[in-house]
Design a protein around this ligand. Structure first.
Ligand code: AMP
Length: 182
């Protein structure tokens, strides 16, 4: 049976790394909205230039635009998938619920990966992406707290939330996730 999973958590928690590790071994499609948006930036289209500005300000890209990108990829997916970095606010979560009902692709589990803010900031600074300088990181963390964190309660209410302690060895974390989806 195909499985549909969400990875939720603050920037720097290791969602992308874990989603890659899990999708490799279990044949999921790994859909990272950050990656898909950066791909658009690399194409240097007019849209890409606008997206680049937003990403480098640490703010969120327009909900409609991200939803279109997500939809296109979900419709085409022949495998189960892991969504990483989407949804980022309640409005995106509501849109996703509707789209997934239409596609008959119910989310099985939401993995909420978390760790302390100090470690997040250190990790992000070391990662060195263009949106990883300290000022932008603070903006991203503020937006995370204000708009993304409410999704934890949203998915908890649906009884599909799994908490994962992100402050451990990568392999231990991925083994725990694999066990929970086996
Ligand atoms: P990430 O790779 O998930 O850290 O995302 C990098 C940046 O891409 C974010 O700071 C946002 O500017 C943008 N982004 C990624 N996912 C979303 C989303 N679901 N909604 C809006 N903006 C997003």
């Amino acid at each position: 049976m195909k499985k549909y999973l969400l990875f939720l958590g603050p920037p720097g928690a290791g969602k992308g790394t874990q989603a890659s590790l899990i999708s490799e071994s279990n044949a999921y499609l790994h859909l990272s909205t950050g990656e898909l948006l950066r791909h658009e930036v690399d194409k240097k289209t007019n849209l890409g230039i606008k997206i680049k500005e937003i990403i480098n300000s640490g703010k969120l890209v327009d909900d409609h635009l991200v939803l279109e990108i997500v939809k296109q990829n979900l419709v085409l997916s022949k495998k189960g998938w892991i969504l990483d970095g989407y949804p980022r606010n309640i409005s995106q979560a509501d849109s996703l619920t509707k789209v997934l009902e239409e596609l008959n692709q119910p989310i099985e589990k939401v993995f909420y990966i978390n760790l302390s803010e100090d470690i997040l900031v250190k990790r992000l600074i070391n990662r060195g992406r263009t949106d990883d300088n300290e000022k932008i990181i603070r903006t991203r963390l503020e937006i995370y707290k204000e708009t993304t964190q409410p999704l934890i309660a949203y998915y908890k209410n649906l009884n599909i939330l799994e908490y994962i302690d992100g402050d451990r060895d990568l392999k231990i974390i991925s083994d725990e996730i694999k066990q929970k989806i086996a």
